[in-house]
Ligand binder design. Structure first.
Ligand code: HSE
Length: 428
């Protein structure tokens, strides 16, 4: 852009929840945005799959043709349509023109990020991870003087919203998911949220920035929240924990660990207090120590707020080209990691059964840290009386835990599927 440009002219793809919020916020906060950007930011072209006459796009020209974004009068393209393939077509078109490109699309970045960042175009993606939290600029700039050792984050607002609603309001899983969809938090395909895929995509982006590695989903172990029962949330609380859905990235001597899964988090940790659609990213870095970023992880205005921060950087001329590593990584599998575990074992209510469970665990060298077994939790099934035995183990290799669980599951005293959840610690 030359000296004479007095406004940044935006071509916007997508008029969904975030696109509509972007249009509104650029108008409502025009004075503040102009002050921060040093120039006016205005939308001149809008592209959407279908016309949306109910949305006031001001003087912008509307089209259903993505090629209109490549017009001369557009300085920067913002992609908010979601999905992967059309978004990637838009990205390729913009990158070929070397105009700046802003996207909130973590699915596209996780799939094509290495190609996108191979070029010399400025690419902003603050809105792709953790909604309104400025975690991308926090990592790229705020902690740029550090070696990052690990990241642990609540990075899917929908999952955290569902878990909190089940725990605090006793809502059913499906009911809480419907609420999250109605409030505009959930992905078009909510299985991306509840199966951990969305969090995995975000973790791939965070790890790439933090560790300077290629963006890749290949080494990520992904689990979602659909197996968690209200009773697990209650037992975890009794043991002094909350259950959260976490994305964990860690550099170890043996390789990079990337995993997304539910975890018990001690109630003394700040992460345990993060509720509802709120996201939080905890970073362990060698100069600053540990640092936590917290804020709304989804929703129209928070996500549009992040998009605007990218546009402000473009307007100021401070948007940097992302530099990710190209060296392929050695990833360590989840079986090679160590954790303490929460086990919920449905077992026959008979003398000696607990001893049998303890004996199987002890054969694998697993010691027990805490136990809950309540007589009022007794249930009947096919005439058999059983109780959940809830155990917290000491630190054990996941592979060993898996083998012990298989042994337990074979026991005639265990009457149903055992549920197992990792316990996360953030001090190493
Ligand atoms: N579905 C995502 C979430 C939206 O719930 O976190 C923000 O990426």
């Amino acid at each position: 852009m030359g000296e004479s440009v007095r406004s940044l002219r935006v071509g916007l793809a997508g008029l969904g929840t975030v696109g509509q919020s972007l249009v509104r916020l650029l108008r409502e906060n025009q004075v503040e945005i102009e002050r921060n950007a040093g120039m006016r930011i205005e939308i001149v072209r809008v592209v959407s799959r279908t016309p949306k006459p109910e949305v006031d796009i001001g003087d912008a020209t509307f089209s259903t043709d993505i090629n209109s974004l490549l017009s001369e009068d557009v300085d920067v393209v913002v992609e908010l349509i979601g999905g992967t393939e059309t978004a990637w077509d838009i990205a390729k078109g913009v990158l070929a023109t070397h105009k700046p490109f802003v996207t909130a699309n973590k699915a596209m970045l996780a799939e094509y990020g290495n190609d996108i960042f191979d070029g010399h175009t400025q690419v902003g993606f603050e809105a792709a991870v953790a909604g309104g939290i400025p975690i991308i600029s926090g990592l790229r700039t705020g902690v740029s003087g550090n070696k990052i050792d690990w990241i642990a984050g609540i990075i899917n607002g929908t999952s955290n919203y569902i878990i909190t609603s089940m725990e605090e309001e006793g809502k059913l899983f499906e009911e809480a998911l419907e609420d999250a969809q109605r409030l505009g938090y959930a992905e078009a395909d909510p299985s991306f949220d509840i199966d951990g895929i969305d969090a995995g995509q975000k973790l791939a982006i965070l790890a790439a920035i933090a560790f300077g590695i290629p963006i890749s989903m290949a080494g990520i172990h992904m689990e979602g929240i659909s197996e968690i029962e209200v009773e697990d949330l209650q037992y975890a609380r009794e043991l002094g924990f909350r259950i959260k859905h976490l994305g964990v990235a860690k550099q170890t001597a043996n390789g990079t660990q990337l995993s997304v899964h539910p975890a018990l988090v001690s109630e003394t940790e700040l992460l345990a207090q993060v509720e509802g659609v709120t996201n939080a990213v905890l970073i362990g870095a060698n100069a600053v120590g540990s640092l936590m970023f917290v804020g709304p992880g989804a929703g129209g205005s928070p996500t549009a707020s992040s998009v605007i921060s990218d546009l402000v950087e473009v307007a100021r001329g401070t948007m940097i080209n992302a530099q990710f590593g190209h060296v392929s990584q050695k990833y360590i599998s989840i079986e090679e990691t160590e954790s303490c575990f929460y086990l919920n074992i449905p077992a026959v209510d008979r003398a000696g059964v607990f001893a049998e469970v303890a004996e199987i665990l002890s054969r694998e060298g697993i010691s027990i840290e805490s136990v809950i077994q309540k007589s009022q939790a007794t249930r009947k099934n096919n005439g058999e009386t059983w109780v959940p035995i809830v155990i917290l183990t000491n630190l054990v290799l996941e592979e060993t835990m898996e083998s012990a669980q298989n042994e337990l599951q074979k026991s005639a005293s265990v009457v149903g599927p055992i549920r197992r959840i990792r316990v996360s610690q953030f001090n190493s």
